[in-house]
Design a binder for this molecule. Sequence first.
Ligand SMILES: [Zn+2]
Length: 241
Amino acid sequence: MRLTENLYLVGSGLTGMMLTDSWDCNCYVADLGDYRILFDCGAGVKTELITEEMERDGISLGEKDWLFLTHCHLDHVGGAYDLQKAFGVRIAVPAGEKPILTLGDEVESGLKAAKRAGYYPDEFHITPCASDRSLNDREIWKAKKGRLEVLAVKGHSPAGCCYYLEMPEGNVLVTGDQVDADGKISLQVIPGADVLGYAESMEKLQEKEVDILLPGHGRVLLKQGKTAVETAVKRLGALFV
Ligand SMILES: [Zn+2]
């Protein structure tokens, strides 16, 4: 589903628009001219629905394209192995979470805790998957149609990343689960949870002028994306979350 000239929503489950499988997070494609980046890839239950959605948008991923992961929770990385196998797409993962993907680590990914809480069925797993690049804080990627900056964040998972893109349609922030369109944060009782780190990271995101906010769940903001970040910073600043 095309959102703007170069941005597409290609995956979204029950917490979003039910475009693909119900377990999927929101997945987006940014067309940067030289290559495309798919941000997150759903839970891996029916990855073919994401592929079909991309086909409807005229997108077929290939070896020059990238899958950027925001963090290694199942609903964001479950499709990585299948997409790599099917299309040869290159995978870039936040440096601090690379071992989670490589090992399919159920403890560090929070999957074990989520199963214990009855959120995911027992048969769900993260298929171990090799990555091509580790992404580090403040790393810059330049392309014909945009510039991307990696912003390492803490609080929701052990070592996730948000991605800030300057594109023809405006400044874009891909947030994963760090903050949604309502300014809601996602602090769970799982490995990596860190309330002080969360507050610090949100202040870091607030430095950026954001037009378009692309969160991992819920709705998208096509304008005034910074309001969501500001709301979260205000809430965290109020001492009680
Ligand atoms: Zn998450």
